[in-house]
Design a protein around this ligand. Structure first.
Ligand code: TXA
Ligand code: MG
Length: 339
């Protein structure tokens, strides 16, 4: 990928001045601000319409000194960092004292991630001489589908001259396509390592490095806005339908005069509006958000998503689809009845 050094320098200066800049990462685009500047971080929340008690991830350069952010780096963290950074893995660690409360959502922990996207790495190296941190949630309005291209960010917030963003760095389409895997290491003694959000780096890969099983989140787990049930949702309702039922369900919806948008990964059914998906988990994740956005703009009554296999490799995309479909549980039955 071509790196525009002038654009990176300009973006670093804007961030150092407290402005917001949208940045590409290998997972999704982020809405970045200087994590050491509480007013700049507050501007992220205002732009997203996100509740201010939700913590944001701090993105750091490859060789950054983590003690600026984390009060302790347990051995488990070191092993995961050695195995997966830079890359799509966020670690929740006990926070260092001087991390702004705006970053941690007032909690005792901080989320740290070292992204592998070359533009993000170049920017982090340039920003505050490589020793700063960029607070960056996904660059979408609260509750909406995360952006995987610069154009998606502009669709959400407007171009840099007429919206809340001072600049949008274009790094092409995000490779991974779904947000980073999040592992909580703040309660190792009592709960062990906890999987807060599944992603491209699978639970099995983490467990292999740690040599122990991951726990599932409990009610005392640190708050993760991505774990709210209604999240990652397009405006058009989404229904998950098993492959064996797909043809029948589409046919009946069409008989009822419904406009259906279909997201299949097999040839179980066809529909006039359809975005065929890759049948492997990594290809599927890469295409997921762009295709949800494309289907969402079709004015359909319903987006029908072909239900995926339920095994571990598909955990990240299944998690996002389940949340996208959360509000529509009863809707499919209603539409099939013709209500
Ligand atoms: O892949 C990603 O992680 C992307 C890119 C931009 O890096 N970022 C992202 O950020 O997905 P966001 O804010 O949309 O989701 C981050 C999640 C949130 O659910 C937040 O609650 C959680 O990480 N998080 C951040 N800091 C945390 C903390 N100290 N404790 C628990 N959860 C935390
Ligand atoms: Mg998000």
């Amino acid at each position: 990928m071509l790196i525009d050094a002038d654009a990176i320098r300009a973006a670093a200066r804007l961030l150092e001045a407290g402005k917001l800049v949208a940045i590409p990462t290998e997972t999704v685009y982020g809405l970045a601000a200087d994590a050491g500047n509480p007013e700049a971080v507050a501007a992220i929340f205002a732009a997203k319409g996100r509740p201010s008690n939700h913590p944001v991830i701090v993105h750091v350069a490859r060789d950054a000194d983590l003690s600026r952010w984390a009060a302790a780096i347990p051995d488990e963290a070191r092993r995961l960092i050695a195995a997966f950074w830079p890359g799509p893995l966020t670690l929740i660690l006990p926070r260092a004292e001087n991390v702004p409360a705006a970053v941690t959502g007032g909690q005792d922990s901080v989320g740290l991630r070292c992204p592998s996207h070359p533009v993000a790495q170049a920017l982090l190296k340039e920003f505050r001489g490589g020793q700063g941190g960029l607070a960056a949630p996904s660059a979408n309005r609260f509750g909406r589908v995360s952006p995987t291209t610069a154009q998606h960010v502009i669709d959400e917030f407007g171009a840099s001259d007429d919206g809340p963003l001072a600049a949008v760095l274009d790094g092409g389409q995000s490779d991974v396509g779904i947000e980073s895997t999040i592992i909580d290491l703040t309660r190792l003694a009592t709960h062990g390592p906890v999987l807060l959000r599944p992603g491209r780096i699978s639970a099995a890969q983490i467990e292999q490095v740690l040599g122990r099983a991951l726990a599932a989140p409990d009610t005392a787990a640190p708050q993760v806005s991505g774990s709210l049930d209604a999240h990652y949702a397009p405006r058009t309702p989404v229904a998950l339908v098993a492959s064996v039922d797909l043809r029948d369900v589409i046919g009946r919806l069409q008989q009822q005069g419904r406009r259906v948008a279909l997201m299949p990964y097999s040839d179980a059914a066809t529909a006039p509006i359809s975005t065929p998906m890759p049948a492997d988990p990594e290809g599927y994740a890469h295409a997921l958000y762009a295709n949800l956005r494309a289907l969402d703009s079709q004015g359909a009554d319903l987006i029908v998503v072909e239900q995926l296999p339920q095994d571990g490799a598909w955990q990240g995309v299944n998690d996002r689809l389940r949340r996208a479909a959360f509000d529509s549980a009863g809707l499919l039955e209603k539409l099939l009845r013709g209500d």
